[in-house]
Design a binder for this molecule. Structure first.
Ligand SMILES: [Ca+2]
Length: 164
């Protein structure tokens, strides 16, 4: 019990107060082989983007995904909704930062799938370190999506920017 509480506190503390620096992100950007969004936009998405390795997620196994401007990766369809909702949702999605992101004036969204051995090893170790019940986890493929210097609806290079 104490170990569980300690882990929960450590996770909360880490998420509440620690800031992840750009240098700690998985390599991103065109120089690392990423694609970027086909056009600057508000409330749009790219996809379906075919996966090399199918992605099992809850009750489904997905062959493709959608990268959504508003801070989400989805599997069944693109998401234009800019106001987040509480889970559970009807849409199958991962939401690192679901908000009203707008890249019309500033910011980029990069994405790629990779089987780079060094990155797979890094991801495997991170999952093993965080999820103590998955000490034997081995990543077979990574889909890296980076929202770089994006801003909110109507923003530009003079407004606050976010990276995730
Ligand atoms: Ca938006």
């Amino acid at each position: 019990m104490a170990r569980t509480l300690l882990l929960a506190f450590a996770l909360f503390f880490n998420h509440a107060y620690a800031m992840i620096q750009l240098k700690d992100f998985y390599p991103y950007g065109l120089k690392n082989g990423d694609r970027n969004q086909t056009r600057r936009n508000d409330d749009q998405f790219d996809g379906p983007l075919k996966l090399k390795v199918p992605y099992p997620f809850f009750s489904g196994v997905y062959q493709s995904l959608y990268v959504n401007t508003n801070g989400a990766v989805s599997f069944k369809k693109g998401i234009r909704q800019y106001t987040p909702e509480a889970f559970p949702l009807n849409d199958t999605m991962l939401t690192p930062f679901w908000a009203d992101v707008d890249t019309r004036n500033w910011g980029q969204i990069y994405f790629r799938e990779t089987q780079d051995p060094a990155l797979l090893l890094r991801a495997s170790k991170e999952i093993q370190d965080i999820f103590l019940t998955h000490m034997d986890f081995t990543a077979r493929s990574l889909y890296i999506t980076t929202w770089y210097d994006v801003t909110y609806y109507g923003g530009n290079n003079a407004t606050s920017v976010y990276d995730f």
